[in-house]
Design a protein around this ligand. Structure first.
Ligand code: MG
Length: 375
């Protein structure tokens, strides 16, 4: 029998009133969408944003984009897609702990990396160089271009028509120097979760890929403390169990630190609205002690992992390929899909070429280059 008049047990507004703290971003206070739309009967505006991002082409392509390590190094390590899901999960855990808006947090987390070009930061550097005289390139900016100007939905107008809060959250990622007023707590939280996530999984991947050993990593204070703790609790772990225990504690320690450090301050500040929190000095972040420990770990990862000769070789090869691809496409714009060619009149040949390349996965980029210019 068809269900005719479905009514959720709790309306979205009732749910939010029960679950969210006063300093959270409530859907009812949303500035709405550029093109107004009627409310959905049972999904909140931020749930709809999350779903639009999840169902976008750019989101699915994250599975073919490297985070730090490439597909040539096996299948164990994170891609941008698995990184994104880890960020979303950690962000939701913290959001729930602090009674922030989980739907908004999830939308922001799923969106945060969709603007990454192929080959991670190596790819971004090349595109920025190629577009130096044409506005440059930043993955955070490109995420906005994707959701506003490139992605296609079932509607006639182009773009995902996301809420202002999600769009402004992404804008805040572009210019982090502007600190008055601060972005919404949900936006700050996703930023903190991004860092929590990559510090843990880059350690995991680097150990698994044997770019460094756990012994070498114990020169880092936080790893040393965690390893000591694990050894005290369990004496007979295999290398794999040990690695997994390290990652577990790395994530757990960071989340717990953020929750404790922030919950205490939030109780003292006693904000009455999201707006009040944005106009204060409060930031969602780790405690001073953990911030220092994270810096030390990140410095180690930078020197010993991200700058590892094996990764530097991949980086160099990828950059040469992208540069050649850019030069060739500028000379042969007819090779781009029609909807990109149609953008040339609006944003120019170079930016269009950059955007077309930025949307590619690592392997599509290889394939496109080999097929058209290297056959
Ligand atoms: Mg990220």
């Amino acid at each position: 029998m068809a269900v005719r008049n479905f009514q959720p047990t709790l309306t979205n507004e009732e749910r939010e009133n029960r679950l969210l703290a006063a300093y959270a971003m409530f859907s009812r206070d949303s500035a709405g969408r550029l093109r107004p739309e009627p409310e959905h009967p049972y999904r909140s505006p931020f749930q709809r944003d999350r779903d639009r991002i999840l169902h976008s082409s750019a989101f699915r392509r994250l599975s073919g984009k490297m985070q730090v390590f490439t597909g040539n190094m096996g299948d164990y390590h994170r891609t941008r897609l698995t990184h994104t899901f880890e960020v979303a999960t950690i962000a939701r855990t913290i959001a729930r702990g602090l009674a922030l808006n989980e739907d908004l947090v999830e939308a922001l987390a799923l969106m945060h990396d969709i603007g990454h070009p192929p080959y991670g930061h190596a790819g971004e550097d090349v595109l920025a160089e190629c577009l130096r005289d044409h506005g440059g390139f930043s993955h955070n900016q490109f995420a906005l271009t994707l959701v506003n100007e490139i992605e296609i939905r079932r509607t006639e107008s182009v773009g995902l028509n996301l809420t202002q809060e999600v769009l402004e959250g992404q804008v805040a990622r572009i210019d982090k120097n502007v600190d008055k007023p601060r972005p919404l707590l949900e936006v700050q939280l996703v930023d903190a979760s991004d860092s929590t996530t990559y510090d843990a999984h880059d350690t995991d991947d680097a150990l698994k890929l044997k770019l460094v050993t756990l012994d070498e990593m114990t020169e880092v204070t936080i790893i040393n403390e965690i390893v000591t703790l694990i050894r005290r609790e369990s004496a007979n772990l295999s290398n794999t169990q040990m690695r997994k225990a390290v990652v577990y504690h790395l994530i757990d320690r960071q989340i717990e630190d953020i929750l404790k450090y922030c919950a205490n301050q939030l109780a003292e500040y006693d904000f009455k609205s999201a707006h009040e929190a944005m106009n204060s000095k409060f930031l969602i972040e780790t405690s001073l002690e953990l911030t220092e420990q994270k810096k030390e770990l990140e410095q180690f990862l930078y020197n010993r992992v991200y700058r590892h000769p094996q990764l530097m070789a991949v980086r160099k090869k990828a950059q040469n390929r992208l540069k050649k691809l850019f030069d060739q496409l500028v000379k042969n714009p007819h090779l781009m899909p029609p909807r990109f060619q149609n953008r040339i009149g609006t944003i120019g040949l170079e930016r269009t070429t950059g955007e077309f390349i930025a949307g590619m996965t690592d392997h599509y980029c290889e394939h496109f280059f080999t097929t058209n210019f290297d056959g």
